[in-house]
Write a protein that binds this ligand. Sequence first.
Ligand code: FAD
Ligand code: SIN
Length: 536
Amino acid sequence: MEREVDFLVIGSGLAGLSFALKAAPYGKVCLVSKTTLDDTNTRYAQGGIAAVIDEGDSYEKHVADTLIAGDGLCNEEVVRMVVGEAPEQIKQLIEWGTQFDRTGDGAFDLAREGGHSEHRILHHKDNTGFEIQRALSDMARRHPNISILENHFAVDVITQHHLGKLVKRYHPDTECYGAYLLDIAGNKTIAVPARVTMMATGGTGNLYSTTTNPPIATGDGIAMVYRAKGIIDNMEFIQFHPTSLYYPGEKPSFLISEAMRGFGAVLRALDGTEFMYKYDARGSLASRDIVARAIDNEMKVRGDDHVYLDATHTPHEKLKNHFPNIYEKCLSIGIDITKEYIPVIPAAHYQCGGIRVDRHGRSSINRLYAAGETTCTGLHGANRLASNSLIEAVVYANNAATDAVAHFKSYHIPKNIPDWNTEGTAHPEEMVLITQNYKEMQQIMSNYVGIVRSNLRLKRAMDRLQIIYDETEALYAKSTLSVKLCELRNTINAGYLVIKSAQARRESIGLHYTIDYPHRRQQELSIENEPSKNKH
Ligand code: FAD
Ligand code: SIN
């Protein structure tokens, strides 16, 4: 088949681009974006990318910080691997043309963020992601072995199911042979058969009404792999970034980087009180779950719509120089951050769970790899440490490419991959229903599956989501395909997984905080304290 490729890469953020660049010397790569090549979460990353660079820092410290943030649920072997491989991958990013800021003497200008015990964040001003995306996109556009398909939406991965062998639940022999893509301009769905498929579709921020993520973050990869009966883990751990700009009506919510707190900015209530020390000895530099919950609590107790971030006492020229985009953005809405406090609220920011992968980036479906925010690698556990996402994406893309390159020649593509089945789907989509259901899904998740959860709220969420699910599946069965319909379906699938995982976890831990169950450590304490156990 003419469209056959060696490596089909779905997603053009840091994970997809770096996998494509690593695989391209060995075979034909097709790199897919549902919009344009640079429209990714990666492009929005501000603070930077974590790696042990400074002599005063150590792998042990980065490992320890990651494990503490992960609240006991990280896979320590994975943490050690990512931290250990990070400096090499930073070198690779620089070789590909990424510029990180340096001090006057040529050393890297390392920043510090919440949860980090050392300065170890490489950055480019306050738009690190934009710089990485620029450099890698340039490389990919120029590579002769990479063909780029923009405005192509991956609808489903191709497995034995499409060859007529019903795959009803997870089976270790399930194989992936590429994907069906909706060619948006051509309004047709095509099969792209591949020896190896890489899923790098990013996060799920748009499950929520307020998010720092651009509209592309709709959990498509997680939903596709779930429908193909692959294994998905840890979906309950949604990270809410504590400080997004409070500017009602703007989407996505503009991020006020955590690096500003690393730079010395502090959180204040509307009456000016610095409240964080009530919650954690690290004050405004506590890890994100703690800071987001503290802000949520202060807002609820005080009845306020937001809190403030105060950077007015930091050195003004340095502040403007390190955070030019934040400075300009705030100025554009009338706030001079050198003189005035910045109004901030928490916003859905990062999905810690996702497609289960092993240390080579292999999913539970053969020949299907995954990397980046769409995955659950074991690095983040119950809560991601700031700036550990970009480094995870590039380390796993490298490991996955190494493994895929070693094996792809032995993978054969079946000759009988059918065209996309359009039987019974001649009806035009009902756009009103799609947009209403999308908003309703976001409201359900925001109201009932947010920073503080309960059994009752989760049940409400599940009952209400079920209604939208039934309506959407009925619509999907009879309608012609559209991006909006597919995204609605995917967010409902991903939302279902978040709620189901949250219901299954009967403890508060990391980002999953419920009023019905105490933290694991408190549970252990109360068991130890039971009179019957203390008899001796
Ligand atoms: P993305 O960069 O999101 O790329 C996803 C790609 O998949 C896109 O090309 C998209 O078009 C494509 N895609 C999705 N679905 C489909 C489909 N169905 N068909 C075809 N293509 C599809 N992390 C850090 O480590 N440090 C930071 O400083 C930092 N700052 C951040 C600031 C903001 C505002 C945000 C939103 C995130 C930040 N993060 C940060 C998180 C980090 O940016 C992301 O986790 C990371 O960039 C994800 O990279 P990725 O390659 O996995 O996915
Ligand atoms: C930020 O700059 O605060 C975002 C960092 C991250 O999400 O890792």
